[in-house]
Design a protein around this ligand. Structure first.
Ligand SMILES: Cc1cc2nc3c(=O)[nH]c(=O)nc-3n(C[C@H](O)[C@H](O)[C@H](O)COP(=O)(O)OP(=O)(O)OC[C@H]3O[C@@H](n4cnc5c(N)ncnc54)[C@H](O)[C@@H]3O)c2cc1C
Length: 438
């Protein structure tokens, strides 16, 4: 790449932000984007950079009590192009940051086109470059040939094709007066799972709710076959009233401490992060509509007040087993000339993808300058997200994840629930300030 310091593949949310950070630091960037060269992904509709494929919302802009609002604030502090253009093209949406999608994407495209350090090339890249600094930011809909090349470079099983996800619950919102810790047949430590018991009546009502619940309709391109091992619960429910009770909801080998007996049915939750703040509903992948999931899952004893860090969903998605493949600065351990950024690393959402693009760009800029950029502290939203992707997450259950307080180190000591979010965000601001000063 004569004349360029770094090659970025993919001009979505992450690639655009990475390009901006590098260009602002004085480095010459070649940005390859396949849209505009006669290619299109199944979800995009234009050739603009940073096109929003679905909603126009960057979610909450509340930096005091919301993790994504905090992430907005941190990104603004670091000169984010995506947040700058988001603010310019803001539309009324209560406490959320929502944007005029066309104006936003046009603004990002114009800023990158006009930057003297950026050359945008409309081309599809089919193989991972063997040499030269590269950032791959091709998103959940990475073109198939490049996806194959990444698969070859990362090992056969390293590129996951993601079909269904199960909801994740904040541990502190589970009622442990009703639920209890126990592994089936007391295996492992004997207490590895949280169990929520259902009586026969509760189970039958739950089954009926699943059958009646409104499901998401898929566009044709999302009509992928289900894998037997990852069947949505409502599809299992359709197979018979007892299918779930002999599947993910079986109560055998679990002794409800309140009755001393096995429950008629059970919902199990498995720890999802190292600090134990997030718990995954085992086998509960679903394509029920979000509001329906919240309503129905809160009928489960112990989950009446459940707060969800992520709801279930079903769509085609490509992402890496990043916690084992990437180092702390998002480089591929087996080929450190290559960094990954955006949703392909296993973060979820426009803002998170841009945030990881921002970090990839900054890490690469530091490397080009011959210096080391320490990772942002884990107490910050940027640091919490980065550390989840690059090592903290459980690899066996690794799935795309929005930023949320469950990724942050827990606040020690007893605190009022009402105060806790503010404590997370105050701590994050102080940590970011120190990091920026250093
Ligand atoms: C159907 C769908 C709906 C979604 N809805 C939402 C939502 O409502 N809210 C939300 O926050 N998130 C949503 N997401 C997640 C969303 O994809 C990410 O949040 C975000 O767009 C990912 O950013 P990215 O930069 O990693 O990837 P993208 O924004 O997808 O950018 C990747 C870019 O790489 C290009 N590219 C791919 N392969 C190649 C190649 N071989 N050569 C050159 N260029 C290539 C693509 O054309 C694209 O421009 C949705 C995702 C999907 C798939």
């Amino acid at each position: 790449m004569p004349g360029h310091d770094i090659h970025i593949i993919g001009g979505g949310l992450a690639g655009s932000e990475a390009a901006w950070q590098l260009a602002q630091a004085g480095y010459k960037v070649r940005l390859s984007e396949m849209r505009g060269s006669g290619e299109m992904t199944p979800a995009h509709q234009s050739d603009r950079l940073a096109e929003l494929v679905c909603s126009n919302s960057f979610r909450s802009d509340d930096a005091d009590s919301n993790a994504v609002g905090l992430l907005h604030q941190e990104m603004r502090a670091l000169g984010s192009l995506i947040l700058t253009q988001g603010d310019i093209h803001k539309v009324p949406a209560g406490s959320a940051l929502a944007v005029d999608r066309d104006g936003f994407a046009e603004g990002v495209t114009a800023a990158l086109e006009q930057h003297p350090n950026i050359t945008i090339v409309r081309e599809r890249v089919d193989t991972l470059p063997a040499e030269g600094r590269t950032i791959v930011a091709t998103g959940p809909l990475t073109a198939p040939m490049l996806a194959e090349s990444i698969g070859r470079a990362t090992g056969k099983d390293s590129l996951a094709f993601f079909d269904a996800i199960a909801p994740i619950v904040h541990r502190e919102s589970i009622d442990m007066e009703t639920a209890w810790f126990q592994s089936r047949w007391n295996k492992g430590s004997g207490k590895d799972y949280i169990n929520c018991p259902l009586s026969k009546k509760q189970y039958l009502e739950f089954h009926a709710g699943l059958m009646a619940g409104e499901k998401t309709e898929f566009r044709e391109w999302e009509n992928v076959p289900y894998f037997e091992g990852c069947m949505p619960i409502e599809v299992m429910a359709e197979r018979g009233v007892d299918t779930l009770r002999y599947g993910p909801m079986k109560g055998v080998g679990l002794d409800d401490p309140r009755t001393g007996r096995w429950p008629y049915a059970v919902v199990q939750l498995r720890q999802d992060n190292a600090s134990g703040t997030l718990w995954n509903m085992v086998g509960f992948q679903t394509k029920l509509k979000y509001a329906e999931q919240v309503r129905l899952f809160r009928t489960i004893p112990g989950l009446e007040n459940a707060e969800f860090a992520r709801l279930g969903g079903l769509h085609r998605n490509t992402f890496l087993r990043s916690p084992e493949l990437l180092d702390g600065t998002l480089r591929l351990k087996s080929a450190p000339n290559i960094r990954f950024a955006g949703q392909i690393t296993g973060c979820e959402g426009y803002v998170e993808s841009a945030a990881i693009g921002m970090l990839a760009g900054r890490f690469a800029a530091a490397e080009l300058a011959g210096t080391d950029l320490p990772a942002p502290p884990r107490e910050t939203a940027l640091g919490a997200l980065l550390s989840h992707i690059t090592g903290e997450a459980e690899i066996e259950t690794y799935q795309p994840m929005n930023v949320n307080f469950g990724l942050f180190p827990p606040i020690e000591g007893r605190t009022k629930k009402a105060d806790r979010k503010r404590m997370y965000t105050d701590r994050a601001r102080a940590a970011l300030k120190d990091w920026l000063a250093a």
